[in-house]
Design a binder for this molecule. Structure first.
Ligand code: NVA
Length: 311
């Protein structure tokens, strides 16, 4: 069998994503239910961008799987600069059981995966954040009838509809059979290729895709409503122009009132209160953002376990 990677949400088929989410539920119930890294075997976690949740959840998870988290500072490693991506990968694969990388370009991650005999996992790129979407799906399942209750739920995302979270919500959400509605201003909407891919998956899972410039249309009747920072890592120079463009998409109590009365509120964090979300919403009774953060741990343990089993 060839090695499996998780670079993008659709690297898991709908059935495989369900298996991973069900295993994540088992890890929620018993954090040591499986220990595929016992030995310990090491997993490399490399980051070229700031991180808190991702590093801590992977490091904790790898340790709880019986393994050793090898944290690699991207500034020291300088992958692709000091040493080619392929050479770096060939060194790492001799020592570790999997490689988890947070970086900029999706092409760099794809280059690593092409060279690697061990699973490569996307811990956030400019294009996608698929581990976060697994955590969000687990959070919806936790609050809305379990993993088998996911198909048919309406999931709204408002704000920067051209960023990694929007892309992953589109592709990963429809994989779970969700009706994914993405709302953002002109100029910050997802690429046609991402929308087409999501529509193609939705046609098989019973999900659907809506892309709109109307925040109310995105949120109306939704079971879950999510937003994300208006200024993703790497886009800091555009902070001012973005603040203007995204203001109508701020997730405040008025906008949330268009969702179902018991809709849950998600945010991958870090959050900027008074920008993409107001304090009363993120700190209010509908917010499940810390369940969502904890779920990173459970889904990533399930994902690593699943990937290691495919070989
Ligand atoms: N879109 C954000 C996600 C942070 C977890 C970023 O890329 O910075």
């Amino acid at each position: 069998m060839t090695v499996r990677h998780f670079l993008r949400d659709d690297d898991l088929s709908p059935a495989e994503q369900k298996q991973v989410l069900e295993l994540a539920m088992a890890f929620r119930d018993d954090r040591h239910v499986r220990q595929p890294l016992s030995g310990p075997r090491a997993v490399a976690f490399i980051t070229d961008k700031p991180t808190l949740r991702t590093q801590v959840s992977f490091a904790t998870g790898i340790a709880e799987l019986g393994g050793f988290p090898m944290i690699v500072d991207g500034n020291l490693a300088q992958i692709g600069k000091r040493e080619s991506i392929a050479d770096t990968t060939h060194v790492l694969e001799r020592m570790v059981s999997a490689i988890v990388w947070r970086t900029f370009g999706d092409d760099s991650l794809a280059e690593m995966a092409a060279a690697s005999s061990v699973p490569v996992v996307n811990a956030l790129t400019d294009g996608y954040h698929p581990c976060q979407i697994l955590a969000d799906l687990l959070t919806v399942a936790q609050h809305r009838g379990g993993v088998s209750g996911l198909p048919g739920q309406a999931f709204a995302y408002v704000g920067d509809a051209a960023n990694n979270m929007a892309n992953s919500y589109l592709v990963g959400g429809v994989t779970a059979g969700l009706h994914v509605r993405v709302g953002g201003p002109e100029g910050y909407l997802p690429d046609a290729a991402v929308v087409a891919r999501a529509q193609e998956i939705a046609s098989r899972t019973g999900g659907s895709v809506t892309v709109t410039t109307d925040p109310v249309e995105a949120v109306a009747g939704a079971d879950a409503v999510a937003t994300d920072t208006w200024v993703s890592m790497g886009a800091e120079a555009q902070a001012e122009e973005r603040a203007q463009a995204f203001l109508p998409f701020q997730l405040d109590a008025d906008l949330l009132a268009h969702a179902k009365p018991d809709a849950i509120v998600l945010h991958c964090l870090p959050a900027y209160r008074g920008k993409e979300i107001t304090a009363d919403v993120i700190d209010g009774p509908q917010s499940v953002v810390f369940d969502e953060a904890e779920n990173r741990l459970h889904v990533q343990k399930a994902l690593l376990t699943w990937l290691l089993e495919q070989r």
